[in-house]
Design a protein around this ligand. Structure first.
Ligand code: ZN
Length: 630
């Protein structure tokens, strides 16, 4: 066994009390056959944690657990009916029970009282999972993959722990830290960074560029320094295709290590990846990977909460911080080599409070190098305020509805769509808008369902509404789900004034394009574009004033009479001013800043502005450039 376990055993007065020990990633699990010790260890575990500064947990040996039937009965008797208990799942290998309920708070009880009682009466360790109030097949499938692979996961997590604690496998000749930009440098799309330390090989984000073709679409994994066999871990900051779309490919080509992310990021990533496969299938294109590879990602995911400090290799400690970009989005803080270097990678972030999320965090324990996104890094990238945008949107909807028209909102599936749903719900609740139906198309609905599984990730205002006022905005009865073509046509032909929210965001395909074709010839209707419209997309052509469009399916000319509006400012990214404010408020101030994730001019401009304003060394690296951090 590994040294750290010997180290821990020194603190145990009666060695025979501990029957087994295991790693679960960086956490250390001790098993005991002594029920009294499990129930009351008089601060023994606390002492160990204080001394070795690692997370240690005591569980009962499977042989002394209460039987499953009896445990079930005890739990059902203890938990109040209002908790909405739905399932109790036994993970005997790990002496854990997973309790799924509608209201986790009622299972936990005041001050954790009920949980404690469950432990004392059954000797199992209870874990509570929230049933999403909007049912999501995907969330259920993901949980199923994890439960079905309990045995595999136990071994997999133990192997991670061994790698972390078993010491060094590489010869330690030098102390250096180096980062290579494999994609997403001086461009948006295919974000991928490769971090090398004396001991570790880590990928940060692994996306691809949907708008590019051929070689330019994928990260440069063929650089000499990268070898998939040596890859220790992937860190995934948020679920957008340009950050996660290529991850399945790593698993396809033999990666068996962990991907670290938050729970919402895991779920939405799996959903987006499956959607990509679907699209490839429909267009009869060859997909980059298959659904088994996506399952592999889920099987190998290690989910962390914000601010949960975790060793991921012998010399890298990871902490996620809120990035404010979409639900569960994170900035990755890496503490390298016991104080050798501290790196913060923002991935995509928003330094602004939105209806749904808190702004990106600016305070860190230590920080030497910052890698910051530059999407809106040019001084002209200032948008109207969120309030102005909201008022404008509501105003368009109000006028269209009064005229008897319909409003079409093409959106990206994740982030902004939920932000817009909150705006509409609020306006209706407060009586600013009449109570009209808001139709939500499949993919947007699925992502929204995932949102309802993780209310802890919302900002304080939304959390308070949900937990204290029992007012979950996503459950409002104005939202109606649409599935399939038949329902779609009913809305077009029979429904009165309404709002329709559908993907894709640039009218490049999907339900939004279908609706557009049916709604565009009626001058009473309105189209509101809220996201970035890529060059050549139908959305961009409409923004540029085109009003006659050829329908390629029917070969007819569509004369567009509906009103076309664009609203910038619902962005999930910081605008120019917010980027500068973010850097200005960083505590501590970094010594070096690298600007990526932006068109070339934006990265360069942001790097030079930050240097000028704060006197910090900056650069805007290109793809394939490697930068030595230490
Ligand atoms: Zn993003």
């Amino acid at each position: 066994m590994v040294n750290i376990l010997d180290e821990i055993m020194k603190f145990i007065p009666n060695k025979s009390d501990i029957s087994d020990s295991y790693f679960e990633g960086a956490n250390i699990i001790l098993y005991t056959k002594n029920r009294d010790l499990f129930i009351n260890n008089n601060g023994l575990i606390k002492d160990i944690v204080n001394n070795i500064k690692k997370r240690v947990e005591l569980r009962c040996d499977p042989s002394i657990l209460e039987g499953e039937e009896k445990t079930k009965k005890i739990i059902e008797e203890l938990i109040p009916a209002e908790a909405g208990l739905s399932e109790i799942i036994f993970d005997k290998q790990r002496s854990m029970i997973i309790i799924e309920a509608d209201k986790p708070g009622l299972v936990i009880g005041k001050g954790g009282g009920l949980l404690k009682e469950i432990r004392q009466k059954t000797f199992w360790v209870p874990i509570i999972r929230r049933n999403p109030p909007i049912k999501s097949q995907l969330v259920e499938n993901i949980r199923k993959v994890l439960y079905e692979n309990n045995d595999y996961r136990k071994k997999f997590l133990h192997a991670i722990g061994k790698r972390i604690y078993d010491g060094w496998i590489r010869e330690k000749k030098h102390e250096w830290v180096r980062i290579t930009f494999l994609g997403g440098a001086r461009e948006v799309g295919r974000s991928c960074l490769f971090l090398q330390t004396p001991e570790s090989r880590i990928i940060l984000d692994c996306g691809f560029n949907v708008a590019a073709s051929g070689e330019n679409a994928y990260p440069y994994l063929d650089v000499p320094e990268f070898d998939i066999e040596e890859l220790d871990a992937v860190i995934l900051c948020h679920p957008h295709i340009d950050h996660v779309g290529f991850l399945g490919y790593l698993y396809k080509y033999g990666f068996k290590g962990p991907t670290y992310c938050t729970e919402p990021t895991r779920d939405v990533s799996a959903l987006l990846a499956l959607d990509l496969l679907n699209i490839a299938h429909k267009e009869a294109k060859k997909a980059l990977y298959n659904s088994t590879n996506i399952k592999d990602f889920v099987k190998h995911s290690v989910c962390l909460d914000y601010r949960e400090v975790t060793d991921i290799t012998p010399d890298v400690r990871l902490t996620f911080y809120n990035a404010g970009h979409n639900i569960g989005s994170a900035m990755a803080h890496l503490h390298i080599g016991n104080g050798l270097h501290n790196l913060l990678y923002t991935s995509d972030m928003n330094y602004e409070i939105t209806n749904l999320l808190s702004p990106a965090v600016t305070k860190f324990p230590r920080l030497e190098t910052l890698i910051i996104e530059s999407t809106y890094g040019h001084r002209e990238d200032i948008f109207p305020t969120r309030k102005e945008c909201e008022d404008y949107l509501i105003d368009i909807i109000k006028k269209t509805i009064e005229n008897g028209g319909k409003v079409l909102l093409p959106v990206l599936g994740v982030g902004r769509s939920q932000e817009i749903l909150l705006i509409l719900e609020k306006a209706i609740r407060e009586g600013i808008l009449n109570k009209i139906p808001i139709f939500i198309q499949g993919m947007v609905w699925d992502v929204t369902a995932i949102h309802t599984a993780y209310p802890e990730f919302f900002n304080n205002k939304v959390k308070k509404d949900i937990f204290h006022k029992d007012q979950n905005p996503f459950l409002a009865d104005v939202f109606k789900r649409i599935v399939g073509r038949k329902e779609m046509m009913q809305i077009v032909d029979e429904e009165g004034p309404c709002v329709i929210v559908a993907t894709s965001g640039m009218l490049t395909g999907g339900a939004s394009l279908e609706y557009f074709k049916h709604l565009s010839e009626n001058p009473k209707n309105s189209l509101v574009l809220t996201c970035y419209q890529g060059q050549g997309s139908l959305g961009r052509r409409l923004e540029d004033g085109e009003r006659e469009i050829m329908d390629n399916d029917t070969k007819t000319l569509i004369k567009i009479k509906m009103a076309i509006h664009t609203i910038r400012g619902f962005s999930g990214h910081s605008n120019y001013q917010q980027l500068i404010n973010f850097v200005g408020r960083l505590d501590p101030r970094p010594k070096k800043i690298l600007c990526n994730h932006g068109e070339s001019s934006k990265c360069v401009e942001l790097a030079s502005t930050i240097h000028r304003m704060f006197g910090i060394e900056t650069s805007a690296p290109k793809n394939l450039e490697a930068i030595r951090l230490k």
